[in-house]
Write a protein that binds this ligand. Structure first.
Ligand code: BTN
Length: 240
């Protein structure tokens, strides 16, 4: 079912607002804003929210165990990448869910989008899942942190943000109704597969070739001594 959208010109945090709606028992909706004044990033960092961005939080209640949650974050990265490519920006995904432009450039790709997923489980089922997506859309790069880029900067002209958001929501909706399709779509849009990578994991550093992704989002790395490692969390760097 297409999700219902609540628009705001300016808001503190769309994730925060989606959380209020979750607490009211709502589901299948998106909170979208043009500007955020108290955006939240991963690892307790903030996320700057200049006007002209797309700040979007999707609230869903998948009938799945909490361990399956990562796959919905992958789906969001696929949806953003799809909409960017349709708009003429050559975006791709770095595992697990960084959307980058110019991934093969000298210093690696530039970040176009950040995703923060929050979840509450009850027993062995997801109670609610909020996928928060921050896209640098029509934002000047000097408003952005070092190493980031925007849709507008890449294309040289502004994007129709409503249309971009619409395509993003449609793509996400199609993927989530068919979770088995998510990994295939992710592989198609990823830059990481086939790359030599270094992954900083909680259990130490792994270097090798990224050969695949497995449900619900693990990266499979073949190390130089021919070992096949399954990485579920960590920071990934593309080596050349
Ligand atoms: C990251 O640290 O890379 C993730 C950033 C996620 C930012 C988005 S913007 C929309 C949603 N609302 C928030 O407060 N954060 C997420």
């Amino acid at each position: 079912a297409p999700v219902e959208v609540e628009y705001h010109d300016s808001i503190g945090s769309t994730n925060e607002r989606a959380r209020e709606l979750a607490d009211e028992g709502r589901t299948d909706l998106a909170v979208v804003a043009d500007e955020q004044t108290a955006g939240r990033g991963r690892l307790d960092r903030g996320w700057s929210g200049p006007s002209g961005g797309i700040y979007c939080s999707l609230l869903i209640r998948p009938d799945a165990p909490p361990a399956h949650a990562p796959v919905y974050t992958l789906a969001a990265a696929v949806a953003v990448t799809t909409a960017a490519r349709e708009g003429g920006v050559d975006a791709s995904i770095k595992w697990p869910n960084d959307v980058l432009v110019g991934e093969s450039g000298e210093r690696g790709g530039k970040k176009l989008c950040g995703i923060l997923t929050e979840m509450e489980g009850e027993a062995d089922r997801v109670k609610w899942l909020i996928v928060g997506i921050g896209i640098n859309a029509n934002v000047d790069t000097d408003m952005l942190p070092e190493g980031a880029t925007s849709l507008q900067a890449e294309r040289g002209e502004p994007f129709d943000r409503r249309r971009f958001t619409q395509r993003l929501l449609e793509t996400f909706d199609g993927l989530r109704s068919d979770p088995d399709s998510i990994l295939d779509a992710w592989r198609e849009h990823a830059a990481t597969i086939g790359q030599r990578v270094r992954v900083d994991t909680p259990g130490g550093e792994i270097v090798g070739e990224a050969v695949d992704v497995e449900f619900p989002g693990a990266l499979i790395v073949e190390t130089d001594d021919g070992e096949r490692r399954r990485v579920t969390a960590g920071d990934c760097e593309h080596l050349r």
